[in-house]
Design a protein around this ligand. Structure first.
Ligand SMILES: C[S@@+](CC[C@H](N)C(=O)[O-])C[C@H]1O[C@@H](n2cnc3c(N)ncnc32)[C@H](O)[C@@H]1O
Length: 290
């Protein structure tokens, strides 16, 4: 097992004073340009107070590309360097997540699974899946409900950030991040690392097989998906978008839900502006307004 540390930690030893000095020139105009670019590319609305955060997230990219200022970096991005644009987006996303986050959603999912017809596969989409804890929690819920790994269930896990998707595919986590799991879940779903991998656990291949990971930008006008889903998890991502972007995405997501499907939102996300599309049917759980 190869374990890498996150890419968004501030450099060790860097102090606030260092950041204030901005070793790479970073003007108000540069910051404005970066805010509008990430909004255009990913829909992310960065608050004006985030200048230091943006500096610390992107300074590493300037070092990697051997650039001397943010103006040069912006030039590179605007010249259409696709690989750098991907790194730019990766650097500016926030990927906080955990296993069985908002645990009540997984109980509701299990109850929902019990109501679904058994004559077709069950389909679930998590559209901001980050480092994988959410899709693996869904997969564990499915296996526990149907009492087996070999069920006709497909889980699609997508995110805009290619680094987190890679980590999700690998499925290796520090043991201390698995504290919400019972001993029997740990045994059933994880392999404990030994030797150099001590302190880490890897998701069992049977569970990994249930999930397809793909990069999808929720802002794209079209998504390469043709099926409908029995449940869509769209949690803790809308908070990064403004109201209009949220509404546009909700409008695009609604037709992907089965008529009886459930839409799971994050704990601080409410869709008052989309009452024509969804109706609340549980704590941050929605169904289609038929
Ligand atoms: C805070 S995490 C939420 C993870 C998980 N859904 C949860 O609730 O624990 C937000 C995720 O949204 C992703 N994201 C941000 N903008 C996106 C976009 N335009 N399209 C798809 N994913 C996006 C980020 O890369 C990040 O992994």
């Amino acid at each position: 097992m190869l374990v890498t540390t996150g890419t968004k930690q501030p450099a060790i030893g860097r102090t606030t004073a260092d950041r204030e000095l901005y070793l790479f020139p970073f003007t108000a105009e540069d910051f404005h340009h970066i805010r509008s670019l990430i909004y255009r590319v990913a829909g992310i609305s960065l608050a004006p107070s985030k200048k230091d955060l943006v500096y610390s997230r992107l300074a590493r990219r300037l070092r990697v590309r051997r650039l001397h200022s943010f103006a040069e970096y912006i030039q590179l991005l605007e010249n259409g360097d696709a690989a750098e644009r991907e790194e730019f987006v990766n650097a500016l996303t926030t990927n906080l997540t955990s296993f069985f986050r908002e645990a009540h959603h997984f109980q509701i999912l299990a109850q929902h699974l019990a109501t679904l017809p058994r004559n077709r596969p069950v389909s679930i989409w998590t559209c901001a899946s980050s480092t994988g804890e959410e899709p693996y929690s869904i997969a564990m819920t499915v296996v526990e409900h149907f009492k087996g790994f070999d069920q006709p269930v497909q889980i699609l896990a997508t995110d805009i950030d290619t680094h987190v998707l890679e980590r999700a595919r690998r499925g290796i986590y520090p043991i201390d991040q698995l504290s919400k799991l019972s001993v029997s879940q740990l045994k059933k779903f994880f392999l404990r690392g030994e030797g150099k991998q001590e302190g880490f656990a890897k998701v069992r291949p049977e569970l990994q097989k249930m999930i397809k990971f793909r990069r999808i930008n929720l802002l794209d006008p079209q998504w390469p998906i043709s099926e409908k889903f029995d449940a869509i998890f769209c949690r803790n991502v809308m908070i990064y978008f403004d109201k209009q972007t949220q509404f546009n995405i909700l409008k695009k997501l609604a037709p992907y839900l089965q008529p009886e499907g459930l839409f799971f939102a994050g704990h601080s996300e409410s869709f008052h502006n989309a009452v024509d599309l969804f109706r609340l049917c549980g704590k941050t759980v929605y169904s289609l307004r038929q």
